[in-house]
Design a protein around this ligand. Structure first.
Ligand code: NDP
Length: 444
């Protein structure tokens, strides 16, 4: 396999899908050497079968807003790969959602799920519906209308959706309710459910906590402690909030948060009390991060991202391509020692190269943020055995899984000079398991 040729051919077949091509390109370049050690893979054209999703459902969703107007949105489910388990991946509601973004996310999800060591295939879904500014009833009607079509394509052993940007506990609750009504079946078909109806303790916290656990493992390879470090966090949703919570528990200081309008910089640090305010502001009031700066009298920068501020560590936790080459140069110049991705693909390929050349610790999302889907896997197990595990049990399992993912990255990503290429490590480890499963199952 020549990675560049495969990417060029995919670009011709899918010309308007830059995010998908970007994700495929990063993965293929990092697995090329390992792949070419297995001529049987090439003979079975494994690479095309692995890059192109099994199927994509595209449909219109119609719903009625509070003024009585009929609205339409486009919606999708990308079922990427089922070789190692049922399709599994979140649902995103955001105005930017399109097939390219969902294909990149489903592709990444396949390797991420493989890395968790749990039996889950890869998928992703969503709609260009934006919950921002909508009433509770409008969000509920949209979720129900989305499920009217989606429900026939999912199931506990077929495809198990969860949350992502714009989809939290509220939305999962409405979708699960509609699913069980239509399917006439109470099963573990969604994860991220409320605790009263099959949800798992620690699932809301898992992505942010998992990223901080992974970060501590990376720092440990250089005998550095997290305690006392200053941290730039972007986003202010689920992942960002629980990243801050774990940082505070481990003695680090988050300095920034953001949303799609701008970022706040609090030189005194975002304390537990201030984080409680952010949780109320974002999860209940559904306000803007600017209001934090107004309340606590700190800096707010409209239309910008926090990467020019000075700190020791950066944890991008908002969205794709939020750190470009210029941002990466600023981070390196300011002496950042580690960048660990809470979001999916937040760093552009140019930014990743700058981090790797500077030999700072850099972890891709498919490893660092895998704690979310791993805990979703644990929710599926609890649903299947109709039992609930304690907070301590789930957290211990999450810690163990993040440590295993780190160990796998080290195993496959150790370079001759002793440094660890986490991109290569994560991609090769995730890829090999799916590849072997596909080879064993024949050409289908
Ligand atoms: P939320 O919707 O809870 O929060 C997203 C945050 O990012 C919000 O602050 C939002 O601001 C901001 N944001 C969204 N889009 C943009 C944009 N285009 N530009 C700038 N800011 C933006 O989502 P999550 O916290 O769940 O997800 C964050 C990231 O983490 C995503 O990349 C997601 O794929 C990834 N992830 C999430 C997992 C999970 O378990 N939830 C698991 C693994 C990865 P605003 O309110 O203005 O939209």
């Amino acid at each position: 396999m020549n990675a560049q040729n495969v990417v060029e051919s995919l670009k011709k077949r899918f010309p308007n899908e830059p995010e998908y091509i970007q994700a495929v390109s990063v993965v293929l370049n990092s697995i090329e050497e390992e792949y070419n050690k297995h001529p049987e893979f090439e003979k079975a054209n494994l690479i095309e079968r692995l890059c192109i999703p099994d199927r994509i459902f595209t449909f219109r969703v119609s719903w009625v807003d509070d003024k009585g107007n009929v609205q339409t949105n486009m919606a999708y489910r990308v079922q990427h790969n089922m070789a190692i388990g049922p399709y599994k991946g979140g649902i995103r509601f955001h105005s930017s959602v399109n097939p390219s973004i969902l294909k990149f996310l489903a592709f990444e999800q396949t390797f991420k799920n493989s890395l968790t060591t749990l039996p889950m295939g890869g998928a992703k879904g969503g709609s260009d519906f934006s919950p921002r500014g909508k009433s509770n009833n409008e969000v509920m009607r949209f979720c129900q209308a989305y499920l009217l079509e989606l429900w026939r394509h999912i199931g506990p052993d077929t495809d198990v959706p969860a949350g992502d940007i714009g989809v939290g506990g509220r939305e999962v609750g409405y979708m699960f309710g509609m699913y069980r009504k239509l399917a006439h079946d109470f099963t573990g078909t969604f994860t991220g459910k409320g605790l009263e109806f099959g949800g798992s303790l620690i699932r809301p916290e898992a992505t942010g906590y998992g990223n901080v656990y992974f970060l501590t493992s990376m720092l440990a390879t250089r005998n550095i402690e997290l305690k006392g470090k200053k941290v730039l966090v972007s986003g202010s949703g689920n992942v960002a909030q629980y990243t801050c919570e774990k940082l505070l528990q481990l003695g680090a200081t988050p300095l920034t948060l953001s949303d799609s309008n701008g970022y706040i910089y609090d030189p005194d640090g975002i304390t537990r009390e201030k984080l409680d305010y952010v949780m109320e502001l974002k999860n209940v009031q559904r306000g803007r991060i600017k209001e934090y700066a107004e309340k606590y009298g700190c800096k707010y920068v409209e239309g910008a991202r926090p990467w020019g501020e000075k700190a020791d560590i950066a944890l991008p936790s908002a969205t794709q391509n939020e750190i470009n080459a210029d941002d990466a140069k600023k981070l390196v110049a300011n002496g950042v020692i580690a960048v660990s991705e809470g979001a999916n693909m937040p760093c552009t390929p140019e930014a990743i190269k700058i981090f790797q050349d500077a030999k700072i610790l850099y972890a891709p999302g498919k490893a660092a943020n895998a704690g979310g889907v791993a805990t979703s896997g644990l929710e599926m197990s609890q649903n299947s055995e109709r039992l609930s595990w304690t907070r301590e049990e789930v957290d211990a399992k999450l810690k163990g899984i993040m440590a295993d993912i780190h160990a796998n990255c080290v195993k496959y990503g150790k370079e001759a000079d002793g440094t660890i290429n986490y991109v290569k490590g994560a991609n090769v480890a995730g890829f090999m398991k799916v590849a072997k499963a596909m080879m064993a199952q024949g050409i289908i």
